[in-house]
Design a protein around this ligand. Structure first.
Ligand code: NAD
Length: 512
């Protein structure tokens, strides 16, 4: 996952290219380096994406820097107006955005439309920017003196995004960033880069001035230049934990504000009193939706006590009905994985799980599309039972359509399993006992918690983020913490005295 495909020098001239988006227009890459974008449903090369050199990143940052003074001075009403227009254009073109996602990521149309919808909700939140940027005012803190706080944008800010949400995660970032008056440079995943350029076109159509939103494609070269660029004030990152840690340490060492969201291993605890059918529906939906390539996917069911046998049976019974195939096909519920290499890595965890003592109840490699020569990057759904925390399949983020079942005797054991895991993005509990659910919510060391809700992604007016190795930095993404991240406070102390009362006073300023 964290390995970027070896960039190819030069590309097949006949292949369609994905260009950068700089200063309000498409800009062809000049570095001579590019990456391959696949159609994961066919396994074919779909296009080549330009990889930026450090100089090309500099060009984008220069455009963003030049656009900043005017954009930051643009009135809140005007910015709001533009944000409404962006929201409406994305809504109007949601099928086209979703089609980019299906073509390059592989997710099915309905799932892709869901992703676009969650992105739109971030744009809707950002339209409230006049209210969100309201400061505070304290009158008469001392005789004739008032104090007030204003929030100001940081300048040029950058976003580096993962392959699994090529439209929504950029919207998590740029909606609030530009609403606050910053200008933005996006480095999207090189695996599915087209949606971000399409969004750039929509933003331009909505009236976003040239240079306010830019996209540079690429690999470590582009990312490293972003991390060291003196004119970039802050970096938002979403991706895997090793890279998130790297982004956070390097970015902060270079004096930037950084929020870096990492990987996940999300546990769903099922207590013995839970409704088995409802828990099974939730586990299956949350484990296999988007082929398990969601940072909030449920990857582990922690079955407490005697719920395990009937729950596993209910999950197993649902699996043969899941329709796997190309995301463009009507009725298909689960598409391919992002690359062949990733698909094979995921499948490898099935073997290691069995070798280490797990029970493979459903093997996704038996799906007809898995073994199709020269086909897409498909793997059917898999269910690994009797998994224990020492196993490779448990210790790693699998990020594929594999659900693991850990059986424990008590609630306390379930809580310990979650606490001992280094990741802490999301978790859920299924129970009919309000007291147990409340205790879980109180105790659990995880950033986002679901109570009978398997994927508790916060709505746009709360903020998103995990704890522990799932987030490096102090502020979560989007929502109120997003506004805080993209602004800094300035405190003004003001007095309008009568000059006749003025005198020299070297004493400490008094408030009483
Ligand atoms: P990734 O870490 O491989 O890549 C993310 C971004 O970092 C991409 O833009 C990529 O080009 C760049 N990158 C990759 N390797 C790099 C390197 N060595 N140096 C500099 N930059 C590098 O992640 P991915 O495979 O694209 O996405 C899947 C991962 O993202 C999973 O771990 C998933 O859990 C995580 N994710 C987390 C959240 C969250 O909110 N916590 C949300 C979505 C995805």
């Amino acid at each position: 996952m964290t390995q970027i495909a070896e960039p190819q020098v030069g590309a097949t001239p006949a292949t369609e290219r994905v260009n950068h988006w700089i200063n309000g227009r498409k800009v062809a890459g000049a570095s001579g380096r590019s990456g391959t974008v696949y159609n994961p449903a066919t396994g074919e090369i779909a296009r080549q994406v330009d990889f930026a050199s450090a100089e090309e990143v500099d060009t984008a940052v220069a455009a963003a820097k030049a656009a900043f003074p005017a954009w930051r001075a643009t009135s809140l009403s005007k910015r709001t107006d533009i944000l409404f227009r962006i929201r409406n254009l994305v809504e109007q073109h949601r099928e086209e955005v979703a089609a980019h996602l299906t073509r390059e990521h592989g997710k099915v149309r309905t799932d892709a439309l869901g992703e676009v919808q969650r992105g739109i909700e971030n744009l809707e939140f950002a339209t409230g920017i006049p209210t969100l940027l309201k400061g505070g005012f304290s009158e008469q803190v001392s005789t004739g003196i008032d104090v007030y706080q204003i929030r100001q944008p940081l300048g040029v800010v950058a976003g580096i995004t993962p392959f699994n949400f090529p439209a929504m995660v950029p919207m998590w970032m740029f909606a609030n960033a530009i609403a606050c008056g910053n200008t933005f440079v996006l480095k999207p995943s090189e695996k599915d880069p087209s949606a971000s350029v399409y969004l750039g076109e929509l933003l331009a159509e909505a009236g976003v001035p040239d240079g306010v939103f830019n996209v540079v494609h690429g690999d470590k070269v582009a990312v490293d230049r972003i991390l060291e660029h003196p004119d970039i004030a802050a970096v938002s990152f979403v991706g895997s934990t090793p890279i998130a840690r790297y982004i956070y340490t390097t970015g902060t060492a270079n004096g930037k504000r950084v929020q870096a969201l990492g990987g996940a291993k999300n546990h769903m605890v099922v207590l013995p009193d839970a409704d088995i059918e409802m828990a099974a529906d939730a586990a299956v939906s949350a484990a296999y939706g988007s082929a398990g390539e969601r940072c909030m996917a449920i990857s582990v069911v922690v079955a407490v006590g005697d719920v395990a046998d009937p729950l596993v049976a209910a999950i197993e019974q649902r699996l043969p009905k899941i329709k796997v195939g190309p995301g463009t096909e009507e009725g298909v519920e689960m598409g391919p994985l992002i690359t062949r290499e990733h698909r094979d890595r995921v499948a490898g965890f099935l073997d290691s799980g069995v070798e280490q003592g797990a029970t493979l109840r459903t093997d996704g490699r038996q799906h007809v599309l898995y073994s199709k020569e020269d086909g897409g990057f498909f793997l059917g759904v898999s269910l690994l039972d009797n998994v224990t925390p020492e196993m490779e399949c448990y210790r790693n983020e699998v990020f594929g359509p594999v659900l693991e079942v850990v059986r424990v005797p008590t609630y306390a054991d379930a809580a310990r399993v979650i606490d001992d895991n280094p990741y802490a993005n999301g978790t859920a509990i299924f129970t009919r006992d309000g007291g147990a659910a409340r205790q879980f919510q109180f105790d659990v060391q995880v950033g986002m918690v679901g109570i009978n809700v398997p994927i508790p992604v916060p709505v746009a007016y709360y903020s998103f983020g995990g704890w522990k190795a799932s987030l490096f930095g102090d502020l979560h993404m989007y929502g109120p913490e997003g506004i805080q991240f993209y602004t800094r406070a300035k405190i003004v102390t003001a007095r309008w005295p009568d000059p006749a009362t003025s005198k020299v006073d070297l004493g400490f300023p008094q408030t009483r």
